[in-house]
Unconditional design. Structure first.
Length: 352
């Protein structure tokens, strides 16, 4: 066995075996940076302790595209990309995600089964907080926040029962049981410091209009657009005192001194009771300041609910000729309805 170096073997011996060994040594030296491994005893090569990691070859390429096994590096140099072993992929079937049921958008769609509205319903973003501008007065601190149970048997009142009235949004509050608003009416009315006559007239008005129910839609409620009502008049009366949207916007705007454009059913239960009572308290004080008795003031409050024109005429005649004369000039139909309600609450024969 020749123990000379590969270079000397290639110069001195031309046999095929030596030539093959010389070529193999030259390839290893070229691959590992001209590195030579010393020969061991008996002419055997000693394995290296640690084999150096070969560096990736840099392929200088002036072409616009790199070879398939290279990637474009800095300064336009093509770098040989490492070999990526293919991985076995296991197909995964998509898991169907259940979507929530769509919200009803038809005004004549039926309501859910009884008991479905026992949990609070999610209001729209604009109704999640009290309506901007509807700021409660000092009486709200004494009466606290109002929470009432929904009448699950009649979530839209005794007339509509389980059917949502046409045009009423699906997120509007549901109706309470009869007389559920009585305590709130008494609390907010007493906070006005106008005496028992004003408290009784507020109770009579709430009893006559809604039976003391929160969030009650009118029996002929229809808030659909004009092109969907088919000639039926637009009726939006709603709540404890049955304010329609035009009256709510007009009267509450005058009370707060700013424009209110939100519908009545977008207010909170506290605002539903307190704001109308504060508005009626202002009318009550006007009649008393003009020389009227508590009974005259109670009649004035009820006339306002029949229409602002009746109240203005009542005040005008009462200031000049007395409220007894002004009351006699009210149409007989309106007088009869008001007297019947006030008598029920002991106001028709009240203090003179």
């Amino acid at each position: 066995m020749n123990t000379q170096s590969p270079s000397s073997v290639s110069r001195t011996c031309q046999c095929p075996r030596c030539q093959n060994e010389s070529a193999a040594f030259a390839a290893e030296a070229d691959e590992f940076g001209r590195w030579r491994r010393p020969m061991g005893r008996g002419g055997r090569r000693r394995p290296p302790a640690v084999r150096p990691i070969p560096r990736p070859r840099v392929v200088q390429s002036g072409a616009k595209r790199c070879p398939p096994d290279s990637i474009r590096g800095p300064f336009g140099v093509c770098l040989r990309s490492p070999i990526v072993m293919p991985q076995r992929t296991v197909p995964v079937e998509p898991v169907p995600v259940p979507l929530p049921p769509p919200l009803p958008d038809r005004s004549d769609s039926p309501a859910p089964a009884p008991g479905a509205w026992s949990a609070p319903q999610p209001p729209p973003p604009s109704a999640a907080t009290p309506v901007p501008g509807l700021v409660s007065g000092p009486s709200s601190t004494a009466c606290g926040v109002i929470r009432y149970p929904v009448d699950n048997g009649n979530p839209y009142g005794p007339k509509w029962r389980q059917k949502r009235p046409p045009g009423l949004p699906h997120w509007a509050r549901r109706t309470s049981a009869e007389n559920a608003a009585r305590n709130a009416v008494v609390c907010f009315a007493r906070a006005q410091n106008l005496g028992p006559a004003f408290v009784n007239v507020m109770l009579s008005l709430a009893d006559n209009e809604s039976g003391g129910r929160f969030a009650l839609p009118a029996n002929i409620f229809n808030a659909l657009p004009d092109n969907q009502r088919q000639g039926v008049p637009r009726i939006t009366a709603w709540g404890v005192f049955q304010f329609n949207n035009p009256a709510w916007a007009r009267d509450i705007s005058s009370l707060l001194g700013r424009r209110v454009t939100t519908p009545a059913w977008q207010c909170t239960p506290q605002q539903e009771v307190e704001l109308p009572i504060r508005f009626y308290a202002r009318i009550y004080r006007q009649v008393v300041a003009a020389g009227g008795r508590p009974l005259d003031a109670a009649r004035g409050v009820r006339l306002q609910h029949h229409g602002p024109t009746y109240l203005q005429k009542f005040l005008q005649i009462g200031r000049s000729a007395g409220f007894a004369t002004a009351w006699n000039q009210v149409p007989a139909e309106n007088r009869t309805k008001i007297e019947r309600s006030l008598t029920k609450w002991g106001l028709a024969s009240g203090p003179r």
